[in-house]
Design a protein around this ligand. Structure first.
Ligand code: C2E
Ligand code: CA
Ligand code: CA
Length: 767
């Protein structure tokens, strides 16, 4: 699947947004949770402090109450002499058993005169005028418990009236500092700075610490240097009025203030508290954040999972679609492959493979059921010519038309195939010999019609060979081969017909293979040779010319005559080579004679139509003439009347070219073909050779006589030379002479002879 960048971008963007929002959310929740926590800490701190203060106040009161009942004190009060040992004992007890460390005691009499002071030896002075609370107590003796600031410091103070026998005899006063509270706060990891409001500055005449900052008295100077510093420099008086808390990141501190009011609710003291941020227990916040992160991650995973699921199912669907497509393609391709493997693309008929397949299958059946089968091999005659003349397009169309015709004229069950070229094969099942003949004739007749292809009128015939199972073989290959042999026989013997295979044919076919190899070898071994047959002027009995004729001296079979291999050489394309050999040898030999002054007149050589059709034919003759510096007027070309070329125009041009070179041209075997006079007139020929077959029948056959006579007249009318070939008897010579044909070629004078024998004749001829 192609990566869909668009959706990928969307997914990634969404993911980034989600992560961004998630982070922001986490950040926000951490912030709010932290704030909540800080508020909680500050609240707890304040309530703790409140409780501690209350507790301490109560404790001091309790101490005063307890001491007010003490007999020793009462006694001392009555006797106006209190021993310090009494209080020393208390001290020790408090030091040991309680958190109350800094305690100061004073006992006053019912007039407000100090009887005992634990912090100094001085006593005996009256407090009634200097202390309003003392005055209040004396006027109405009842418990007074408060936090107040005196001349030393801000302290807890409780005053309890001492009664003896229901009579008010004195006051028990206990004073304590905030030490234990700061101590307890320290246990909770709080540093505390106790500051007394500046309105008390004047009162604090004997301040114990004597440290004022901005006129504020610092009660516990030594306890927190950091807080003192912050108060003095960084936050200054702001520290006194922290609404809830301050987070000092620089010092990693949490800061908060607790206000202490006096009885008239005026500011009296401040507890500035600090706690290291790291000491704040964020466990629950962190837990919550963790949960949030987990939840976000879970959602992210859910989303990713969902996206993945969608992607996978989409991908799966895509893969399935692709597979389906591939499958379809493969199906189509296999069908196409199957089709091209078994069918011919042009005619849509089965090809050779399928044909053989079906035939083989059917033969199996035929063997079991003893049914006979005919295999028919059809080849379009002259198809190559049609292709060459009109082009392959027309050739292909003709094949299609013919294929259709075959299909229409045969039974549905008969398998027709086109194995290639202009060949068709058919097998016909379960009919007898006569029925097969009917079919063959039907096909021949069917082809008699002229085929109209693209307004071109074409005449095409079939050469048909037939073999039959079981008579001619029992394998498909054998049957087809034999039908093919039969078809080739039809080709050789005039085409446009049918023939059944017989055993002799296959022998012939084998011989042909041997022959082909033989011819090829013959070239190598120089087994070919030129013979010459003289042409005579019967009137003066002189040689006026020679005809070069090929001979094959076969090492095993002896002399082989041209009729036994020339047609075959034409068929297999070796005739051109033979022609070149013959022309070269002929010209070489005769050139030598010319040079030696031996007069042979004109030498002629034979050329088949196939050679004439070769574009290089004229060139090859021209080259030889030039190479050998040969007098072309001594050369003659013999062409066969029966074989005149398909394209008359071409025939005329070739012959004209030959003539231009200086050669003369004669028409061989004249009388056997059916050349029209008008055609003959167009050809640039010089001579006619009356065919041997007519000469042979002279003087017995009237028709031959008549024909020879008319040929002679014709030649004269057209101003052509004439020669009779195959003249064997004196009678025939005389007949020709009488008829006006002086030139004679034939056994009567000489058979074709090898070079040295002809040489002798020529030497005699001169003398
Ligand atoms: P062709 O051109 O008609 O040659 C004359 C044939 O008649 C020769 O047969 C010759 O031996 C034979 N002949 C001549 N006088 C007599 C006679 O009085 N009585 C009888 N019975 N036969 C006579 P050959 O040499 O066997 O040639 C046969 C054919 O082979 C030739 O017929 C010619 O068509 C072809 N041929 C021969 N040499 C060549 C060649 O070099 N090239 C080509 N293309 N064809 C050739
Ligand atoms: Ca000839
Ligand atoms: Ca001839």
């Amino acid at each position: 699947m192609k990566i869909n960048y668009k959706s990928l971008t969307i997914i990634l963007t969404a993911l980034f947004i989600y992560i961004g929002v998630g982070c922001f959310y986490i950040y926000q929740s951490e912030k709010t949770l932290s704030i909540q926590k800080y508020l909680e800490v500050s609240k707890d701190m304040k309530s703790d402090l409140e409780i501690l203060i209350d507790e301490k106040e109560e404790a001091i009161l309790l101490v005063s109450l307890a001491l007010s009942q003490n007999c020793k004190i009462k006694k001392g009060l009555r006797e106006n002499n209190i021993s310090s040992t009494v209080f020393n004992n208390f001290f020790q007890i408090f030091q040991k058993e309680s958190s109350l460390k800094n305690l100061w005691f004073q006992v006053l009499d019912n007039r407000g005169v100090s009887i005992y002071r634990s912090w100094t030896k001085n006593y005996g002075d009256s407090m009634i005028n200097s202390r309003i609370d003392v005055k209040m107590m004396i006027e109405s003796p009842k418990v007074i418990s408060s936090i107040s600031t005196g001349k030393f410091d801000m302290t807890f103070k409780s005053m309890v009236p001492i009664f003896y026998k229901k009579k008010f005899i004195g006051i028990m006063e206990t004073i304590s500092s905030f030490d234990s509270i700061t101590q307890k706060m320290r246990d909770n990891k709080f540093d505390t700075l106790i500051v007394v409001d500046k309105s008390y500055k004047r009162q604090l005449t004997k301040a114990s610490a004597n440290k004022f900052i901005y006129d504020y008295y610092i009660s516990n100077l030594d306890e927190s240097k950091t807080l003192v510093n912050l108060f003095e420099h960084k936050y200054k008086q702001k520290l006194l009025n922290i609404p809830n808390y301050i987070i000092d990141d620089e010092n990693n501190l949490f800061l908060s203030t607790y206000h202490l009011k006096d009885m008239n609710t005026n500011e009296m003291g401040y507890f500035i508290l600090s706690k290291k941020l790291s000491d704040i227990d964020f466990y629950s916040r962190d837990k919550t954040i963790q949960k949030v992160i987990l939840a976000l991650l879970f959602i992210a995973f859910l989303i990713i999972g969902f996206a993945y699921y969608i992607y996978i199912s989409k991908y799966k669907r895509y893969i399935e679609e692709q597979n389906q497509k591939l499958e379809d393609e493969i199906k189509v391709k296999t069908q196409e492959l199957y089709y091209s493997a078994y069918y011919d693309g042009l005619t849509n008929l089965p090809n050779r493979v399928l044909f053989m397949d079906r035939l083989q299958e059917f033969l199996k059946f035929a063997k079991r059921k003893e049914v006979n089968v005919f295999v028919v091999c059809l080849d379009l005659d002259r198809f190559k010519e049609i292709n060459d003349t009109y082009g392959h397009n027309i050739g292909d169309k003709l094949l299609k038309v013919v294929a259709n015709k075959l299909q229409n004229n045969l039974r549905g069950g008969d398998t027709i195939s086109r194995p290639g070229g202009a060949e068709f094969t058919i097998f016909v099942e379960d009919i007898d010999y006569n029925d097969m003949i009917v079919i063959a004739k039907k096909i021949v007749k069917m082809m008699q019609d002229i085929h109209n292809i693209d307004t071109i009128e074409l005449y095409a015939t079939f050469s048909i060979g037939i073999s039959s199972y079981p008579a001619d073989g029992d394998t498909a290959e054998e049957l087809l081969k034999n039908a093919d042999t039969a078809m080739n026989e039809v080709k050789k013997s005039g085409k446009n017909s049918y023939r059944f295979y017989n055993k002799k044919m296959s022998q012939l076919a084998q011989e042909r293979v041997v022959l082909e190899n033989d011819i090829k070898r013959a070239f190598k071994n120089r087994e070919f040779e030129v013979y010459f047959q003289p042409k005579m002027n019967a009137k003066i009995e002189k040689i006026i010319g020679l005809e070069a004729l090929i001979r094959w001296r076969h090492p095993e079979k002896g002399m082989i005559f041209p009729n036994d291999f020339i047609p075959f050489a034409e068929e297999i394309g070796l005739i051109g080579q033979i022609g070149i050999f013959m022309r070269y040898e002929t010209m070489k030999i005769t050139k030598d004679w010319i040079d030696r002054g031996l007069d042979f007149g004109i030498v002629s050589f034979n050329a088949s139509t196939i050679e004439l059709e070769d574009d290089l034919f004229v060139d090859s003759i021209r080259d030889m003439i030039i190479d050998m510096d040969y007098d072309a007027s001594r050369l003659e070309l013999e062409i066969l009347e029966s074989q005149s070329m398909k394209s008359r125009e071409k025939m005329i041009t070739v012959l004209e070219d030959i003539k231009k070179l200086g050669l003369s041209i004669s028409i061989d075997d004249f009388g056997t073909g059916y050349s029209s006079l008008s055609y003959l007139k167009q050809l640039p020929v010089d001579k006619l050779k009356i065919d041997r077959s007519f000469v042979q029948d002279i003087p017995h056959d009237k028709d031959s006589i008549a024909l020879v006579r008319s040929v002679i007249t014709l030649a004269k009318n057209f101003n052509l030379e004439i020669i009779a070939e195959g003249v064997e008897t004196k009678n025939q010579v005389d007949f020709m002479l009488r008829g006006g044909c002086e030139n004679i070629q034939g056994y009567y004078y000489s058979k074709p002879k090898p070079v040295h024998e002809i040489e002798k004749l020529l030497i005699d001829n001169v003398s």
